[in-house]
Design a protein around this ligand. Structure first.
Ligand code: ADP
Length: 513
């Protein structure tokens, strides 16, 4: 708001004493005052410099006040015009007010009357100023909000990843163009539409619904789901719940990434590993057999040092053959070439055979290896028998390897009625609520420190410590077990206490009725 000295008041009156009197009073109030003796002069001053208030005599020779008023209003409607009227011209004053004059003061007037009228006008100007300032502020806030919103919108719209935001009921709050494009959704999707209206992929829908409601998926930080769109496109969805300040789940944000290239590279890598492994397997097996022959023939003839060296070479080739076998198994699993030959299986029979077969190995370490079956007959499971053999073969062999001599290994089979198994699982594929068969492979061996537990299912990961140093292995057994269970729709978890033992628990889904 301008101060008095920054405001100019123009007095237009043909009477000199009114001009001078007003000038004196107003100057004392602190205003800058200009005077004009007629309408023309007054208008010229108004046009030449900024004027806030005009005191205008209505009755003047030449251009009369009413005409001057009209011109001033036309030139700058924000100037406040106060008309000065004689006793007889009250009607004229009213007319002037109708034409846009702000106030009037009858002539002759006392200094106090003038001060009151001018103060009122000044207050009016202050209010106008204040209103304008608030208006500007509001506009700026709106503009700021607008830019912030449009900035975020632009970022989301131009992201190469698909973004979907849903509310707690799984209704769409936002879907960016990349999401529509990746999912091959045609046209705009209206906000508020249910996700089912444009997404058909059942697994993705389930993920979105669960996360939108704030359900943690198997305790995982990020709930992930991979799926294919058509034959050539592979996508990965990662969903996170959105929490309000009061801790309630208000919906979910789903991030969609195109992982086709990664999948392709993975496939190429698998093919390469499979090819190299395949090429190496036969010559290595030949070398191994020949070393065995040489070792048999040289008995007692050669020095024990030569025998030792050749035995080491034979052991190492055996290690390489196992590694190649495991690599080939993994490649087959990853190429989706296993578990195709599913048939109903009597798990009890199969486990008895495996335990019998590995019993010799356990006996060699003077270990107990027991199979504990439930009293009631087990329902059938639908699986590839080779896969089941591989899963339990690996787990029981590990238990034998990582348990000292005279230890005990127990394979316990139970029937799990419900779905609780799913929440504790470490590795998953699909979500099922059918009953399960649960198999615990329990040993009282070396155990595994907690920090290694999340890694032992990764390829080539081996826990190296004083106790395991001399145990040969490839670090591929558990990844194979996990891969097979994923294929079968089963699960595996592990619990372990160092120096007390480990329990690997496998859940196998039953045949669908
Ligand atoms: P490998 O046995 O060939 O090393 P695995 O993938 O089967 O590879 O196992 C990975 C690691 O997990 C092993 O090196 C071992 O340290 C640990 N492990 C697996 N099973 C057991 C077990 N029953 N007890 C203790 N450690 C185990």
């Amino acid at each position: 708001m301008k101060s008095e000295s920054e405001m100019t008041i123009l007095v237009i009156d043909d009477e000199q004493n009114i001009r001078e009197g007003s000038q004196r009073i107003l100057s004392r109030m602190g205003y800058r005052v200009l005077t004009a003796a007629n309408g023309q002069q007054g208008l010229a001053l108004v046009q030449a410099q900024p004027v806030s208030i005009v005191l205008l005599d209505l009755k003047m020779p030449g251009m009369d006040g009413m005409e001057v008023l009209t011109h001033i209003r036309l030139f700058d409607p924000e100037i406040l015009v106060i008309v000065i009227t004689g006793y007889a011209t009250i009607e004229t004053a009213i007319e002037a007010m109708k034409k846009g004059a702000y106030d009037f003061i009858p002539k002759p007037f006392e200094p106090d009357q003038l001060r009151i009228v001018i103060n009122r006008a000044r207050e009016r100007l202050r209010l106008i100023d204040e209103t304008r300032r608030l208006e500007r502020e509001r506009e700026r806030n709106l503009a700021d909000l607008g830019t912030e919103k449009s900035r975020i919108r632009t970022i989301v719209e131009t992201l190469p990843n698909g973004v979907l935001v849903t509310n707690v009921e799984g209704r769409i709050a936002l879907m960016n163009p990349a999401f529509r494009w990746l999912m091959e959704i045609e046209g705009e999707v209206p906000a508020g539409a249910p996700v089912e209206s444009c997404i058909a992929e059942a697994g993705l829908l389930q993920l979105i619904r669960e996360v939108s409601k704030g359900k943690e998926r198997n305790g995982a930080v990020d709930a992930k789901y991979e799926f294919a769109v058509g034959e050539q496109k592979f996508l990965q969805a990662i969903a996170k719940p959105v929490w309000s300040e009061s801790g309630e789940c208000v919906g979910a944000v789903v991030n969609l990434t195109d992982i086709t290239t990664m999948k392709l590279l993975d496939r190429l890598k698998n093919e390469f590993v499979a090819k190299v492994s395949h090429e190496l397997r036969s010559p290595l097996s030949t070398i191994h057999e020949q070393l065995a022959l040489v070792l048999r023939d040289m008995a007692e003839k050669e020095s024990s040092r030569d025998q030792y060296l050749l035995s080491r070479a034979k052991e190492k080739t055996q290690g390489l053959i196992s590694l190649i076998g495991d690599l080939l198994d993994l490649s087959h699993i990853e190429a989706g070439n296993v578990c195709k030959d599913r048939k109903p299986i009597h798990l009890a029979e199969l486990l008895k055979n495996i335990v019998d077969f590995l019993g010799t190995k356990a006996k060699a370490k003077r270990q107990r290896l027991d199979l504990e079956l439930p009293p009631e007959p087990l329902p059938l499971i639908e699986a590839d028998p080779m896969a089941i053999e591989s899963i339990f073969g690996n787990l029981i062999t590990n238990a034998i390897h990582y348990t000292p001599e005279e230890g005990a290994i127990n394979v316990r089979v139970t029937l799990e009625p419900g779905d609780e198994a799913t929440t504790a699982a470490v590795t998953t594929a699909g979500v099922k609520s059918n009953p399960w068969i649960r198999v615990d492979v329990i040993d009282n061996g070396f155990g595994i420190e907690e920090r290694h537990l999340e890694n032992i299912f990764k390829r080539f990961y081996r826990v190296k410590n004083e106790k395991t140093r001399f145990i040969t292995g490839t670090g591929l057994g558990l990844p194979i077990v996990k891969g097979l269970l994923d294929e079968l729709g089963g699960r595996i978890t592990v619990q372990s206490v160092p120096d007390h033992g480990s329990t690997f628990t496998v859940w196998l889904p039953l045949c669908q009725e």
